[in-house]
Design a binder for this molecule. Structure first.
Ligand code: AMP
Length: 461
């Protein structure tokens, strides 16, 4: 289907989509919406930033709007579960945008904020509830909510919802749902073990896979820099002095690590904010709001911000530390190049992290371009002079399993370093002392068209 009107969506929804500036459905929307409207259970896999939220939100709105019954007090009709508070909030906001004039209520509940207002909101009955699992169970235990009226359950970031951190809560929640319901799972990644587990929650599901799972968006220009752990902070401060780094999300593995990076950047005269699980909810919200609004140029985050968060115009994702779970890499770099835009991902890799790099390349089936870090002395002198250091680009590495059966090997989409693998020395390089990844700028419309076929491949299974 190439038009939203082909789905038979109600006029208020079509008007809302036009107001959002959505001209046509993205591939995941084209494939998933008719199936969900037909009442099927569905597992939808598509790259990050390609419109999964509307793929489930639009048919849910359509379905609920078509029912004549009112949602009874203390219940809801559609339940969307999300792994993080920020994503839950964003999903609820998307429902509010897409419902337009439809008289459907939406609420969001998550931890870290008082229960009272959430209890009061639920008391009236809510059509669409978006929740994180822990707070949802708290509210159920307090008898503020009852789930037997659920028609549709959505697990967003489904592989995360089904992994160890959430599975027990999820099992408890699912036991409280009616057996007769529609269940929808969406994610950009789906490890095999989790995919098998997901079957338990689905009845005769349709599987919609737009590009193979864990494929990174080709518009993300990805590079890796080998750098000793003790020199990462210095290197980060150096690259962040470049004004091309207009809106940067820096990922660390730990909460303390994120705080340390913020402190170090502050000593280097660079303002940044941190978002992680040790921050209070108001602090988390302020940090994300400041980043969205462009007041904060650099947001330092743990993987709390790696999934689903949609901030327009993120120019660079910097993996200050590589994630030890390779799927997290796919989600982290998916914070840039959203909705058809371009973006850059730079990963700092110390010796100890090389196994993580191998796992990432194996998962994404994409060899990452390697740039060497500048020597300590050069880095120090450039840091003092406020200029970025010179890098030399070693030959490109290739991934161990670049070719997959049935699929053409995907070379790096663009040449990543202008030096063509040749080392550039001294004066010759002096005219342009920046490494390739510093020179690369996102091109095109920062909110381009997510349907662009160069980013999104046709459904394969
Ligand atoms: P999501 O993957 O749902 O987080 O969406 C990623 C981004 O794409 C968001 O900024 C959406 O507003 C945008 N988007 C979703 N669907 C469309 C569409 N059909 N046309 C244009 N933009 C879209």
């Amino acid at each position: 289907m190439s038009n939203f009107s082909d789905f038979g969506l109600l006029p208020p929804i079509l008007d809302a989509l036009a107001a959002e500036g959505y001209d046509n459905p993205t591939p995941i929307q084209s494939q998933a919406i008719p199936q969900v409207l037909a009442g099927r259970d569905l597992c939808g896999i598509a790259q990050t930033g390609t419109g999964k939220t509307a793929a489930f939100a639009l048919p849910i709105l359509q379905r609920l709007a078509g029912e004549t019954t009112r949602t009874p007090r203390g219940t809801c009709r559609a339940l969307v579960l999300s792994p993080t508070r920020e994503l839950a909030s964003q999903i609820a906001q998307s429902f509010r945008s897409y419902r337009g004039r439809l008289p459907l209520s939406t609420a969001v509940v998550f931890g870290g904020v008082p229960l009272g207002p959430q209890q009061r909101q639920l008391a009236a009955g809510v059509d669409i509830l978006v929740a994180t699992p822990g707070r949802l169970l708290d509210l159920i235990d307090r008898r503020a909510l009852e789930l037997s009226g659920i028609r549709v359950l959505v697990l967003d970031e489904a592989d995360r919802m089904l992994d160890l951190g959430f599975i027990h809560a999820l099992k408890r929640i699912v036991r409280l749902l009616p057996k007769q319901r529609q269940t929808l799972l969406f994610s950009a990644t789906m490890p095999k073990t989790i995919a098998a587990l997901s079957e338990e929650y689905l009845t005769d599901p349709v599987k919609v896979v737009v590009t193979p799972p864990a494929t990174t968006v080709e518009r993300v220009d990805q590079t890796v820099t080998f750098v000793p752990a003790e020199r990462k902070r210095e290197l980060l401060a150096t690259i962040l002095r470049d004004p091309d780094f207009a809106r940067v999300l820096v990922f660390t593995r730990t909460k303390h690590g994120a705080d340390r990076v913020v402190r170090h950047l502050s000593q280097a005269g660079i303002d940044s904010a941190a978002i992680h699980g040790n921050k209070s909810q108001p602090q988390r919200e302020r940090a994300l709001a400041g980043f969205r609004a462009g007041h904060t140029r650099v947001l330092v985050a743990t993987d709390i911000a790696s999934r689903g968060i949609d901030v327009e115009g993120v120019s660079h994702v910097v993996n200050f530390e590589l994630p030890n779970v390779p799927e997290d890499y796919v989600h982290r770099i998916g914070r840039t190049a959203r909705a058809g835009a371009a973006g850059n991902a730079i990963s700092f890799c110390s010796d100890e992290e090389r196994p993580y790099l191998r796992d990432i390349e194996k998962l994404t089936r994409l060899p990452l371009t390697v740039t060497a870090a500048p020597s300590a002395m050069r880095l120090a002198s450039h840091t003092a002079s406020g200029r970025a250091p010179e890098y030399s680009a070693p030959p490109r590495r290739t991934a161990p399993n670049q070719a997959r059966p049935g699929r053409q090997a995907r070379p790096n989409p663009r040449p990543k370093h202008a030096s063509n693998g040749k080392r550039r020395h001294g004066a010759a390089a002096g005219a342009d002392p920046l490494p390739a990844f510093l020179r690369h700028r996102p091109q095109g419309n920062p909110r381009g068209n997510p349907q662009d076929k160069s980013t999104l491949q046709p459904v394969r299974s």
